[in-house]
Design a protein around this ligand. Structure first.
Ligand code: FES
Length: 99
């Protein structure tokens, strides 16, 4: 099963192949905001991909538009609710996305 490591707290969470980073966070009560419930409308589930970017589904135009509204976006930023993973990834939850 793919593993998501959430920084800065260093929580490791395993999820089913094809599950999203947000699903991993919800399943194990990781403090990640998700104000629209995963509908790609709010941008509050913003995470920064530290490792394993090749293991994540590609960004579509809708995610790109919503990500524009997130805070402190970097070149490695993604929306956790839109990232389906097939292998291990490491992500940072920025302070603005912590719940
Ligand atoms: S939860 Fe709202 S965009 Fe991801």
């Amino acid at each position: 099963m793919p593993k998501v490591t959430f920084l800065p707290d260093n929580f490791d969470v395993e999820i089913d192949d094809g599950g999203t980073i947000l699903e991993a966070a919800e399943k194990f009560d990781i403090p990640l905001k998700h104000n629209c419930g995963g509908a790609c409308n709010c941008g509050t589930c913003h995470v920064i991909i530290e490792e394993g970017g090749v293991n994540i589904s590609e960004m579509d135009p809708e995610e790109e538009d919503t990500l524009d509204r997130a805070l402190e976006v970097t070149n490695e930023s993604r929306l956790a609710c839109q990232c389906r993973i097939t292998d291990d990834v490491v992500v940072t939850i920025p302070e603005t996305s912590r719940s």
